[in-house]
Structures are given as structure tokens and as C-alpha cells.
Design a protein around this ligand. Structure first.
Ligand code: NAD
Length: 285
């Protein structure tokens, strides 16, 4: 059960992994944050420190909890450091081949009782689990962006995920003060099955000259009471992440209605990946 979880490994120190590491550290769990890129680890440490301090300034966290959380966080580029983790949460690039390769290595180094969770936005948990010898201990733990703020965790059960694994990860999510929904393992799960076609349609709306990007976003923000317009949201998520998810929906559901908009493809080809690159649909900085 989640109370027994003393140590968590988080793999990928980008926007999602850093936020997940922060949640675990604030919940009183020792965290190893792993990234192959040492610059990513430096930025992650900076962003976690700034973020917990913001919670303290707003009176949502005591200084003591924040200071202890930072002490609990350790960074590494060596997978072997995750050997004793009770739960390992993967948040690396959204590529099935890369994730499978990582899970197969994790299966080799992680202790037999460890649960291996993926923060994938859309890739099949059943197929990721097939790269391991412990598919009953593999599960989707899909946080929303940014993890410290967004209330939801979408838990995805692969074909062989055990009840025990599900119960432990649900309890761990609740320890992070999240609300849980449970999805079966089909492309895009619940949230992205519905959200990404909307974002893709916003790109088609721009691509076919129906309206300007500003009017598309304002129309959807004020017309449907959303905090961000779909194009602004795509920049926030990352256009590369949106494109990967659309490809998974297109291939996995086999319906042309999910084909990625050529404009989205072109932006990604041009390196316009959104906020993280300073340019996407909009320009930042
Ligand atoms: P990101 O590009 O910000 O970060 C990914 C990090 O993983 C990078 O720092 C990179 O150096 C590292 N990395 C890549 N391959 C690695 C490997 N083999 N081993 C160790 N580190 C590696 O990406 P992100 O937006 O944080 O997304 C990460 C995952 O979370 C993806 O699966 C994505 O679909 C999912 N996700 C993203 C969002 C979002 O809004 N961006 C929301 C929910 C889930």
C-alpha cells in the first residue's frame, strides 16, 4: 500500500517529470530524479525549488515541509541508483520504442516488488508492460500538466495490471492529493481521446483559414468557458507531444478523422514545439 512507499524514482526531468518528483518529495517520499541530460536536471532542480517556494509564499505549504522536500530530492543519470525504489514513474519522450527499451532495463535493475508506472499520454500500457517480466506490476499513471497544480491523475490499467498494483497507485495518487479516474488501455485513454482531436481540429481551423489563431483561442475560451484556448494549450503541452498523441490515435483507432493536421506536422518539423522552445503557434519571451 502507498504508506509503505518510502522511495520513488522519476525518470525524465522535463516539465512532467520535475513536477512529479516535486509531488513525491512534498509528500515525504525520498526521490531519485533521473535524466540523461544534466542540463535538464539542473533546470528541474531550479524549477522545483522555485515552485515549492511559491507554495510557501501563498501559505499553501510550510517552510519546513518545503525545505525537507528539497532535501529529499536527489538527481542522477545512473539507472542503478533506482535499484531500491518502491515505485518508478517514467516521464521521458513520448515514443513507444524508447519507453519499451527503458522498461526492459528497469525490469532488470528494479527490485522484484517495485511497481513500474508510465506517465505516457497515449501509448499502450499493455505493450509497454510486454517489455518486462512483470506486466502485473506495470501501470499508467497519467498526470496532467503542471503536475503540482492539476488535480487529476488518470490511472490506466494494462491487460495484466493486478488489482494490488492499481490499489497501491491509486493510494499513492491520493497521497499526492490528487483525484483519480480509471481508464482501460485504449489509445488516448479518457482525457487525450477527447482533448487531442479538439486541439487537432483547432489546427485544421487555422490551416484552412477559418479564423486567426487569436480568434480561435478567444472563441473557445469565452465560448466554452475554458481557461486556455486550444492553440495556446497546444503550445503549453508541447506540439511534439500533441503530434505523437494524434499519431497514436490515428494508428490505434484506424480512423481518418484522427489524422494529424499538416500544419501541426509542419510546426513540429520546423522545431516550433511551443513554450518550451520559445515558439510554437505563438512566440514567447
Ligand atoms: P519533456 O520533453 O519536457 O521532458 C522529457 C525529458 O526526458 C527530457 O528532459 C529528456 O532529456 C528526458 N529523456 C528522454 N529520453 C530519456 C531516457 N531514455 N532516459 C532518461 N531521460 C530521458 O517532455 P514532457 O512534456 O515532460 O513529457 C514526458 C512524458 O509525459 C511523455 O510521455 C508525455 O506524453 C507525457 N505527458 C506530457 C504532458 C504535457 O502536457 N507535456 C502531460 C501529460 C503527460
Amino acid at each position: 500500500m502507498a504508506e509503505g512507499i518510502k522511495s520513488v524514482g522519476v525518470i525524465g526531468g522535463g516539465q512532467m517529470g520535475s513536477g512529479i518528483a516535486q509531488l513525491a518529495a512534498v509528500a515525504g517520499i525520498d526521490v531519485w530524479l533521473l535524466d540523461l541530460d544534466s542540463n535538464a536536471l539542473t533546470s528541474a532542480t531550479k524549477s522545483i525549488t522555485n515552485s515549492v517556494q511559491r507554495f510557501v509564499s501563498k501559505g499553501q505549504l510550510s517552510q519546513e515541509v518545503a525545505t525537507n522536500a528539497i532535501k529529499r530530492l536527489r538527481c542522477t543519470s545512473n539507472l542503478e541508483d533506482l535499484r531500491s525504489a518502491d515505485v518508478i514513474i517514467e516521464a521521458i519522450v513520448e515514443s513507444e520504442d524508447v519507453k519499451k527499451k527503458l522498461f526492459s532495463e528497469l525490469d532488470r535493475i528494479a527490485k522484484p516488488s517495485a511497481i513500474l508506472a508510465s506517465n505516457t499520454s497515449s501509448i499502450s500500457i499493455t505493450r509497454i508492460a510486454s517489455a518486462t517480466s512483470r506486466p502485473h506490476q506495470v501501470i499508467g499513471m497519467h498526470f496532467m500538466n503542471p503536475p503540482p497544480i492539476m488535480k487529476l491523475v488518470e490511472i490506466v490499467r494494462g491487460a495484466d495490471t493486478s488489482n494490488e498494483t492499481f490499489i497501491t497507485i491509486k493510494a499513492l495518487s491520493e497521497r499526492f492529493a490528487k483525484i483519480v479516474v480509471c481508464s482501460q488501455d485504449y489509445p488516448g485513454f479518457i482525457v487525450n481521446r477527447i482533448l487531442m482531436p479538439m486541439i487537432n481540429e483547432a489546427f485544421f481551423t487555422l490551416y484552412t483559414g477559418v479564423a486567426t489563431k487569436e480568434d480561435i483561442d478567444t472563441g473557445m475560451k469565452l465560448g466554452t468557458n475554458q481557461p486556455m484556448g486550444p492553440l495556446e494549450l497546444a503550445d503549453f503541452i508541447g506540439l511534439d507531444v500533441c503530434l505523437s498523441i494524434m499519431k497514436v490515435l490515428h494508428v490505434g483507432l484506424g480512423d481518418s478523422k484522427y489524422r494529424p493536421c499538416p500544419l501541426l506536422v509542419q510546426y513540429v518539423d520546423a522545431g516550433r514545439l511551443g513554450r518550451k522552445r520559445g515558439i510554437g503557434v505563438y512566440t514567447y519571451g
